[in-house]
Design a protein around this ligand. Structure first.
Ligand code: MN
Length: 129
């Protein structure tokens, strides 16, 4: 089962997204700030991370930079989630090392497509010698 880590400080957003992904057959784990997000990625080894960018303790950009600086974690795809559909936000997320980007409110089919595309790409990269 695909394990998704949701890093989101807003309880309502977190619970709603978790419920919807669980219903689609994903295993969901959660963290409510950037620091816990990095720690949970280390301890629970998710297949993909959905990263809110505006987070307490450390923000999503910094959490992503830490994940991508770690040899154990850098292979985990990170999808940035922000409230703004601005190009600058997208660029900033990709610069921090995010593998993809999506905007809130979440459109679940679109998000799942991005998740599955990244998982397929990762599987293919692993198969290469
Ligand atoms: Mn937030």
């Amino acid at each position: 089962m695909t394990k998704i880590l949701i890093v989101e400080d807003n309880e309502m957003n977190r619970d709603m997204l978790s419920r919807r992904l669980t219903r689609k057959g994903y295993e969901v784990i959660m963290a409510e700030d950037g620091e816990r997000g990095v720690i949970t990625a280390m301890s629970d080894g998710p297949d993909v991370i959905l990263m809110d960018m505006s987070l307490p303790i450390i923000d999503g950009w910094e959490a992503t930079r830490r994940i991508k600086a770690s040899a154990e974690l850098r292979g985990i795809p990170v999808i940035a989630l922000t409230a703004h559909a601005m190009d600058s936000d997208r660029d900033k997320a990709l610069e921090a090392g995010c593998d993809d980007y999506d905007t809130k409110p979440i459109e679940l089919p679109r998000l799942i497509e991005k998740i599955e595309r990244l998982l397929a790409a990762r599987k293919q990269a692993r198969r290469r010698p």
